[in-house]
Ligand binder design. Structure first.
Ligand code: SAH
Length: 216
């Protein structure tokens, strides 16, 4: 397996400084970014780019999100140790590992079989173990495992899915980019069993959430 060297650790410190300067304040988020070796989630030929604050192709037309975006979404999620968290769009597994590093109990789902298999193979060697890693359509959430404290969607959703709101505990939080083309980062806070408040946190650009059967 590829290694995590002092050079990589140094690059991660610089990345954390950059992300901090862009406005991320949650120390636990910054610490997780400093700890998780992002380069090990990318193909070895691209390792040199791993600590630039940019998204990057991971195959199957998908990307590992930009580190700032990962930090921004994670900060909005207000992760507490022991939180039961559903992530939709596992991709490289990087974001899932950030959540696990922060003490989250992570349930994650990926729609594309080749990415699912690749990441399922990768995570144990890095020492990260999701509570559940499943292959399928996350648009409807994970009804069998609900309710969750937190739900994080890492692909652009055309609309806010009711199923996800139903699967959230009262007091829970969903962070989800909503819109086609460009997305609005929405934060949903469930105030009781049926009511919720909706916040807007600026525009981002994500790969679209696949709502039909993927070509695999
Ligand atoms: N969290 C990822 C970012 C992945 S990009 C990371 O840290 O690398 C978004 C991912 O969502 C892609 O891997 C894509 O295949 C997946 N995806 C798209 N539609 C989906 C769906 N309906 N259910 C689950 N995953 C989906």
């Amino acid at each position: 397996m590829a290694q995590d060297t002092y050079k990589h650790k140094g690059l991660r410190k610089q990345l954390v400084n950059l992300i901090r300067s862009k406005g991320i304040q949650d120390e636990a988020v910054l610490e997780a970014i400093e700890t998780v070796p992002r380069h090990l989630f990318m193909d070895s030929s691209f390792i040199a780019f791993a600590y630039e604050d940019k998204p990057f192709p991971i195959g199957s037309g998908q990307t590992i999100s930009q580190p700032y975006t990962v930090a921004f979404q994670t900060e909005l999620l207000e992760v507490k140790k022991g939180d039961k968290i559903l992530e939709i769009g596992t991709g490289s597994g990087y974001q899932a590992c950030i959540l696990m590093e922060m003490g989250g109990r992570v349930y994650t789902i990926e729609r594309q079989k080749n990415l699912y298999l690749k990441t399922k193979n990768l995570l144990p060697g890095l020492g990260y173990k999701p509570k559940l890693f499943s292959y399928g359509d996350g648009y409807k959430g994970m009804p069998n495992e609900a309710p969750f404290d937190k739900i994080l969607v890492t692909a652009g959703a055309p609309t806010l899915p009711d199923d996800l709101i139903d699967q959230l505990k009262p007091g829970g939080i969903i962070v989800i980019p909503v819109g086609s083309g460009i997305q609005n980062m929405k934060r949903i806070i469930k105030t009781d069993e049926i009511n919720y408040i909706e916040e807007d946190h600026g525009t981002f650009r994500f790969v679209p959430l696949l709502t039909r059967k993927a070509n695999d």
